[in-house]
Each structure stands twice: as C-alpha cells, then as structure tokens.
Design a protein around this ligand. Structure first.
Ligand SMILES: [Zn+2]
Length: 107
C-alpha cells in the first residue's frame, strides 16, 4: 500500500463543518484506550501537532503550499506485526483544497 495521497474539495477524515463543530485547533477523540486515537479540530500548524514527532506532515498536494493546517490525524502501530499506519488530512490556506494522506507500512 505505501503512501496514498488525494486532493479533495471536502474533508474526508473529519466533518465538512469542522470549522464550527470544533472549538479547539486539535483534540484527541479517544474514549477507549484500545481504540485508534484520532486528533481532530479546527486545524493546527503541522509543526505544533501532537503527532509531529511520528508523522512527517507534507504540503498541499494541489498547489504545493506549506501554508496548511492539520485538521485530522491518527497514528498507530499494529500490535502483532509492528507495522506503522497513519492517516492525516490537511486544509490549505492558499487553494482551500484538502489533502488526505494514508500510509501503511506493510510493504
Ligand atoms: Zn493548496
């Protein structure tokens, strides 16, 4: 699988009304410690995201701008195989498109 990237008009990993649905830039939605932990919010600078140490957030795949906010992200390691999986979504302040990225480390 590797790395997959798509540019979209509306968000995929969060809700279209994320700008008003959330009151903070980035918050964990984890309720059960066994669940995947997704961070969602109104959008946060990639370098300030809690997952920045483990995800190298990219630029907008539509216009290559680095003026982006992370609006959704999750990172997990498979308990048995140790494979890394992550997903994230960017909103672009320049072209207003969304970039969704999925990584599966089981190549
Ligand atoms: Zn862009």
């Amino acid at each position: 699988m590797g790395l997959e990237m798509y540019v979209t008009e509306t968000p995929t990993f969060t809700t279209p009304d994320y700008r008003t649905r959330y009151v903070t830039p980035c918050v964990s939605d984890r309720k059960d410690p066994m669940d995947f932990e997704w961070y969602r919010g109104t959008g946060i600078d990639p370098q300030r995201h809690p997952l920045a140490p483990v995800i190298r957030f990219g630029a907008c795949q539509n216009c290559e701008s680095a003026n982006v906010l992370v609006i959704a992200a999750q990172h997990n390691v498979h308990r048995m195989s140790g494979d890394v999986y992550y997903d994230y979504e960017l909103s672009c302040n320049d072209c207003n498109r969304f970039t969704r990225v999925s990584f599966a480390g089981n190549d």
